[in-house]
Each structure stands twice: as C-alpha cells, then as structure tokens.
Ligand binder design. Structure first.
Ligand code: PMP
Length: 358
C-alpha cells in the first residue's frame, strides 16, 4: 500500500509502532486471550495500564508533588466548563487571553460561572499573532487561561512569562511537544487526539490545593475531586484511548523524552517554514515570531492554485492539508509523530509546485 502522511489537525498521526501495538491488543491483550476492547476496567491488566500511563505523564513532564494526573472524558471542550465550574467562585474573577477560536469558546463557557476578564486579544488581525500577556493582571483573579498552541491559526506560545496568577492552559495541540515547567500551572488540559492518542480521553493535570474553593455544588462527573478519589475510574473510562496514550508515552520516553523531541520538532518546523518563505507562491499566515511548531498555516495566491496544490499533494500521499475555513489555504499539522520523511515529502511537493507554476 502507498505510504500516506497524515497532516490532519486531529485526530492525527501517531507513531507507526503505536498503531501496530494497538492492533495486537485488540486481538489479545497481555496474553489474556481477551481483546482490550472487552476487558473490565477493574481488571489488574487495565489498572496497570492506567497506573503506568499516569506515572509516565508525571515522569516525562516532571510533574511536581501536589498535582494530580487524570484521564477524563468529554474532550478539551468539556474542560472549558469544568475548569471554571471547579476553580472560579461565583463572585470571583478569571483572566482569559483570547488567541483564537478555542480560547474564545473557553471564555464563553467561563462566563456562565463568574466574572471573566479578557486581558488581551488578537481578534483584530484574525488571530495571526499572539497579543502577549499584560503584567497588570487583576490581583483578585484566580487564574489566567491561555491556549498554548492555537491549532487553527498556527500560533504557539514559545514560553510562559512569569505572572502573578497560576496559568490554566489548554495544551490540546502541543502537549508533550517540549519540556514545560508544570509548577507555573494551576491546571493543564489536553484532548488526546493530537499528540497523545485516539479521541476518547482528555488529560488533566491539576494542582490539588486549588480545588474545593469555588463554593458551589458540583455534579459528580464534573468534579475533579471525585475523579481524583476514583483514580480516573469513577465511571468506566475510555480504556482504548488510555492504552494508546500509554503506548505513545512509552514511545516518547524511548525517543529520548521531551528535550530531544523539542529539538526534532524545531528542525521539522524550521525546514517547512524555510520552504514556504523561499517559495514564490506560498505565504505563511502567522506572525513569524509566534509561529507554531505543530500547525503550519500557509496560503497561495488563487483558488485555482489552491485546488491544484491539493491535487498534487493527494497524488503524492500527503493527506489532510486543507486549511481550516477561518484561515483558508493550507495547514500542515506536524505533531510529534510526523517523521522528517513526511516533512521532506511536503517540502519537495511545495518546491516542485513552485517551479511548475510560478
Ligand atoms: N482546544 C484546542 C487547542 C483544540 O485544537 C481543540 C480541537 N481541535 C479543542 C480545544 C477541542 O477539543 P475536543 O474536540 O477534544 O473537545
């Protein structure tokens, strides 16, 4: 079968060995003769999967004491409400930084629970840059919400400036792509279906001392404390998505951990951005200083050229390159599992297209 590289924003490419090991586990898991799809989440095999996945998250990210790691459901979208439900008192305030569609959705939900201060926004330029985080944040706010990587607009925070509040970060599209200092964060969340696994689970890392202060009754399924007590098994967890997470985490560790990965991600993105910048027909859409290492957004000059490039890409086995409707053009999502070989194939296609049509 022809090799196809998946540049889709998510569900996304995963390491080939993860696909293979998952297929094996679907046939028979851990010599049990049972498929992982039919095994009880209370079995010793699945409890071991959960324990190892949590331990690897802690190890790879260097999660300090006082934090809990959870595998939940509902996607990153449920975290838009769960975060303020649990952390934002009715009479309290939270800061949101508006850097794109997902950030806006997060702040919209938070407004149902308390006072939301949008301290900075880049909506004036269709979110093609990062507005920065003001230093004079309200002292009475409980957290500052950021989207570390804006999947749609191709911008990414290169670092997290020191501020007076704990960050709450949506890291759905760049978790595990680089080392971070978890102690700067009150809470981190990420839907699995980009850098971690198939859709189904959502990773949450929460500083436990922030919980129990919102002063409201929280329905059990939305209460982080209940999930902590239940060790992410308050109800039946999405076992297959957690198992795929575990396989990806093992691969991350084997590949050299997050420092090595960040270097590789920089090399991949650098090569692709260079090809775009050196072309006549393609232009990157994000402000150069804010460019994402995960989602590379670019456009060409006419709808005809756009169609023609997508046709060439398809012919060459480069899938999922059509840009999101709010930016147009193209988006190459080059998450951790995208090999350099995929970048080289895309760069060749860009260069050949440029030569043929410019
Ligand atoms: N946040 C970001 C940054 C995303 O990229 C996405 C999905 N593309 C979401 C949130 C929504 O995630 P989910 O579909 O898991 O709710």
């Amino acid at each position: 079968m022809k090799k196809v590289f998946n540049f889709s924003a998510g569900p996304a490419i995963l390491p080939t060995e993860v696909f293979e090991q998952t297929a094996d586990a679907c046939r028979s898991f851990s010599k049990s003769g049972l498929s992982i799809l039919e095994m009880s989440h209370r079995s010793k095999e699945i409890i071991a999967v959960m324990d190892e996945a949590i331990a690897l998250v802690k190890e790879l990210l260097g999660v300090p004491q006082g934090y809990q790691v959870l595998f939940l459901q509902g996607g990153a979208s449920l975290q838009f409400s769960m975060v303020p439900y649990n952390l934002l008192p009715q009479t309290g305030k939270a800061v949101y930084i508006d850097t794109g569609v997902w950030a806006k959705k997060a702040s919209k939900e938070a407004k149902l629970f308390g006072d939301v201060v949008v301290a900075a926004s880049s909506s004036d330029k269709n979110y093609n840059y990062l507005p920065g985080i003001p230093q004079n944040l309200p002292a009475d706010a409980v957290y500052c919400h950021v989207t570390s990587n804006n999947t749609i607009f191709g911008t990414q925070m290169s670092h997290f400036p020191k501020i007076s509040l704990p960050y709450v970060a949506d890291m759905s599209s760049d978790i595990f792509s680089r080392p971070i200092d978890v102690s700067q964060f009150g809470l981190i969340y990420a839907g699995a279906q980009k850098n971690l696994a198939c859709a189904g689970t959502t990773l949450v890392i929460v500083r436990e001392d922030l919980l129990g202060k919102a002063g409201r009754t929280i329905p059990s399924m939305l209460d982080y404390k209940i999930h902590i007590e239940g060790e992410s098994m308050f109800n039946t967890p999405p076992v297959i998505s957690i198992y795929v997470s575990l396989l990806t985490l093992r691969w991350l560790k084997k590949t050299g951990g997050l420092v090595a990965l960040e270097q590789h991600n920089k090399a991949k993105a650098g090569k692709l951005y260079d090809a775009i910048d050196n072309s006549k027909l393609f232009t990157g859409t994000a402000n150069k200083a804010d460019r994402s290492l995960m989602n590379v957004t670019f456009v060409t000059q006419t709808p005809e050229l756009e169609e023609a490039f997508l046709a060439l890409a398809k012919e060459r086995g480069l899938d999922g390159l059509k840009g999101h409707r709010s930016v147009g053009g193209f988006r190459a999502s080059i998450y951790n599992a995208m090999p350099m070989e995929g970048i080289d194939a895309l760069v060749s296609a860009l260069q050949d297209f440029d030569r043929a049509h410019a």
